[in-house]
Design a protein around this ligand. Structure first.
Ligand SMILES: NC(=O)C1=CN([C@@H]2O[C@H](COP(=O)(O)OP(=O)(O)OC[C@H]3O[C@@H](n4cnc5c(N)ncnc54)[C@H](O)[C@@H]3O)[C@@H](O)[C@H]2O)[C@@H](O)CC1
Ligand SMILES: Nc1ncnc2c1ncn2[C@@H]1O[C@H](COP(=O)(O)OP(=O)(O)O)[C@@H](O)[C@H]1O
Ligand SMILES: [Mg+2]
Length: 286
């Protein structure tokens, strides 16, 4: 039986610390989110919003141009680029710290071309978060993964598509073997989300059915991107993002039957401020 460790508030409090006074946006990472076709624009808006509210220094969304206006209406802080403009992506991608690909991307030929472009251009020093449709494309097209730091964020059906392991057979042993074969970190999303990284397995014990609404996972990608972009310890940043997304939902769920993805994003700055204020002595009882 494999040992599973619980993600605790301690890890989050140790990760989210007060910002140094003499810093600027360039110190908190540049995130690129790639996705959102003509039908699923909301997915990339939710991912991008979470990256902005989660504290990434700069955020750019590469999406279908039909989403530009709606994205800016909600999120003037983000920049946009046409996700089929290879020349622009070729200039932009090398300047990024973290790339999210997949929310609302779809699985048609155009989506596949966009994903191939990202895989071609991503650099080994970057962090690539592969979610939603991009996981489906990797699985269906048996795409070779790029040489970079990869975080997969599948739900149980996406994980099945990627590994062939049916949800009922998704044991820690089988999941870890599949994760190690992929040479990637895996956030297996479900009621009690599991994080597989290197030889460790972590379980998230916060979060509940108020998160069971379209866009919760899209939002998680943006929180992960913002955290790994701005915090030094990438493993703790990943665990902290998973916890924070769920914990905010739990807190909102005291007064909200369903916690809409945009509600979670809007609550990120105040939750992070609370975490940053905590000293080691405060940690008991949180
Ligand atoms: N507003 C938007 O634009 C939205 C776009 N979305 C995008 O839509 C695309 C397709 O994603 P979907 O996940 O909807 O579709 P999928 O076809 O990947 O997954 C849906 C299937 O997975 C099952 N499933 C998911 N989680 C499960 C769990 N914990 N236990 C058991 N079964 C589970 C569902 O029952 C369903 O059969 C993605 O690109 C995604 O990002 C969705 O995120 C929804 C919102
Ligand atoms: N009952 C639940 N308990 C805890 N977390 C949940 C529950 N239902 C959904 N979630 C969380 O919501 C997110 C759903 O992700 P996903 O299925 O990819 O949504 P979408 O693609 O619509 O954004 C995951 O982080 C998952 O852990
Ligand atoms: Mg999803």
């Amino acid at each position: 039986m494999l040992m599973m460790q619980e993600i605790t508030a301690d890890i989050v409090q140790a990760t989210i610390r007060p910002r140094e006074a003499d810093t600027y946006k360039g110190d908190y990472g540049h995130v690129l989110t790639v996705g959102g076709n003509q039908n699923y624009g909301g997915a990339i808006i939710m991912s991008t919003m979470a990256a902005v509210y989660g504290g990434a220094g700069l955020v750019t969304a590469a999406t279908d141009p039909s989403n530009f206006t709606s994205l800016h209406a909600q999120l003037p802080e983000a920049m946009v680029v046409d996700d089929t403009d290879v020349a622009e992506l070729t200039k932009l991608i090398p300047t990024m710290n973290v790339i999210v690909v997949g929310p609302g991307l779809g699985t048609d030929q155009q989506a596949q071309t966009i994903l191939e472009t990202v895989f071609d251009l991503v650099l080994p020093k970057q962090i690539l978060i592969i979610d939603g449709s991009a996981i489906d494309l990797v699985a269906a097209q048996k795409m070779t993964l790029p040489d970079t730091h990869i975080i997969f964020t599948p739900h149980v059906i996406e994980w099945q598509r990627l590994t062939g392991i049916a949800p009922d057979d998704q044991t820690p042993e089988k999941n870890q073997a599949a994760q190690q074969k992929l040479h990637a970190n895996v956030v297996l999303k479900k009621h009690r989300t599991e994080v597989y990284m290197q030889d460790q397995i972590w379980q998230n014990t916060v979060g509940g059915p108020a998160l069971a609404t379209g866009g919760s996972g899209d939002t998680l990608t943006g929180v992960i991107a913002a955290f790994v972009a701005q915090f030094e310890n990438k493993q703790k940043a990943l665990l902290s993002a998973v916890y924070t997304h769920s914990k905010i939902s739990d807190q909102l769920a005291e007064n909200a039957y369903v916690t809409l993805p945009t509600m979670i994003s809007h609550a990120l700055p105040s939750f992070m401020a609370q975490m940053a204020k905590k000293t080691p002595e405060d940690r008991i009882g949180f």
